[in-house]
Design a protein around this ligand. Structure first.
Ligand code: S3P
Ligand code: PEP
Length: 429
């Protein structure tokens, strides 16, 4: 939570070109999908290199509340609740995790009683309406308690969902679609989801959902644009290794460009549905050299950072990092296609514009993004609005701007367990 008294972390200045290897923890998006599917499966699962951060602990705790066993050791072992059914008459704390608040309502509909959903104060602003409306259209009772289309609400599980077909406007978040698809194989008739809105952000994340479902033995037809059909059937427990979080790799790789050095991330997948897989291409357009040697992705700064015109609708979660890089570029940048960032952990377009401007920079919001014009910056507080990616963006700018202090850097725990440790180790190596 952001308060006036939140501590300030003096972001370290870079003292020279980096030459560092950074082992980035597991993907939030993959970890939380594997957890949901493991909970709905008909046999146990073992999740290796799973991310242990606030968002994945919230997911694991929520599933435990529903009667699933999640043994959180080095690897996480999940004993599904499927055979004996999911438990109702419980409350789920979503924190600020989009994956928990959007993935679990459809799961809760399978529970044997009411499941109350709540979260952080910042979470109460995030859009939930399409999820609630879709479940209601499928015959699930959902009682809203505060503002319409927002947390908190109660899903009245009846132990089964008939399923069928549902239309949904997912222009505010791809997670609305993913959340329905993840549970759909457990609906009596499966589910056809049709997206009806004007834009569809984060398509790679929906493709990720389809891929993890298929890998668990679920039949998914995604051959028609913006329509996904999940057949009813069993979900298999799995033994899987989670890829590193490529979006969380972004600030570290960008640090190579800011310092004119090299940063390498091992474990980079040859193929991935993570939107962070688009990152090397974006960084090359901004002036970096990149190479994939085996599974080690290296980014080398050439000394130059160029402004760029980028449509980020497929990869909105890396927009804050690229905005921070753009602040340090040699020409203006336009980021487009990311209107949905207004419903992320905070209104990220407003937050980035405010904080860049506070340092003396120039950043204007457009209807669907930002225009950033590089200017000399001065240090000062960088506010983070409970947003982990605002914090890591501040750290990146702080490599070059003396006196920049990141408010509430602990908010990075949402998806990285020890961001400050990894960042300072990178700078020290
Ligand atoms: O499904 C997922 O794991 C995610 C989907 C995206 O959400 P939006 O489509 O709301 O941007 C992304 O930004 C978020 O960080 C994770
Ligand atoms: C948008 C993000 O998170 P969430 O999963 O909470 O939507 C993010 O991590 O950038």
């Amino acid at each position: 939570m952001t308060t006036a008294t939140a501590p300030l972390w003096p972001a370290p200045l870079a003292t020279g070109p980096l030459d560092a290897v950074v082992a980035v923890p597991g993907s939030k998006s993959l970890s939380n999908r594997y957890l949901v599917l493991a909970a709905l499966a008909d046999s146990p699962s073992l999740l290796r290199s799973v991310l242990a951060s606030r968002d994945t602990h919230l997911m694991a705790s929520a599933l435990e509340t529903l009667g699933v066993t999640v043994d959180r050791g080095t690897d996480w072992r999940v004993e599904p609740g499927a055979q004996r059914g999911l438990r109702g008459s419980v409350t789920i704390d979503c924190g600020l995790a989009g994956t928990v608040m959007r993935f679990l309502p459809a799961v809760a509909a399978l529970a044997d009683g009411p499941v109350h959903f709540t979260g952080d104060v910042e979470a109460l602003a995030r859009p939930m309406g399409p999820v609630i409306r879709a479940l209601q259209a499928l015959g699930v009772r959902v009682d809203e308690e505060g503002e319409t289309g927002r947390l908190p609400f109660t899903v009245h599980g009846r132990g089964f969902v008939r399923g069928g077909q549902v239309d949904i406007d997912a222009s505010a978040s791809s997670q609305f679609v993913s959340g329905l698809l993840l549970a759909a194989a457990r609906f009596e008739r499966g589910l056809v989801v049709r997206h009806t809105g004007p834009t569809l952000p984060s398509l790679p994340h929906i493709e990720m959902t389809v891929a993890v479902l298929r890998a668990a033995g679920v039949q998914v037809d995604d051959s028609r644009p913006a329509i996904w059909e999940v057949a009813p059937g069993r979900i298999a427990g799995r033994d899987v290794r989670v890829e590193p979080d490529l979006s969380n790799a972004a600030p570290f790789l960008c640090a190579a460009m800011v310092t004119g050095g090299t940063v390498s991330v091992p474990g980079w997948p040859a193929q991935t549905t993570q939107p962070g897989g688009l990152l090397p291409g974006f960084l090359e357009r901004m002036g970096a050299r990149t190479s994939l040697d085996g599974d080690v992705l290296s980014v080398t700064g050439t000394g130059a950072i160029h402004g760029v015109d980028l449509d980020l609708h497929a990869a909105g979660e890396i927009a804050p990092t690229l905005a921070a890089l753009a602040v340090l570029a040699d020409s203006p940048t336009r980021l487009r296609g990311v209107a949905h960032l207004r419903g992320h952990e905070t209104d990220r377009l407003a937050a980035l514009a405010a904080e860049i401007t506070r340092l003396g920079g120039q950043a204007e919001q457009t209807s669907d993004g930002l225009v950033i014009t590089p200017r000399p910056l001065t240090g000062g507080a960088w506010r983070t609005y409970a947003d982990h990616r605002m914090a890591t963006a501040g750290a990146l700018i702080g490599l070059r701007v003396p006196g920049l202090e990141v408010e509430d850097v602990a908010t990075t725990a949402k998806t990285i367990p020890d961001f400050v440790g990894l960042w300072t180790a990178m700078l020290g190596s």
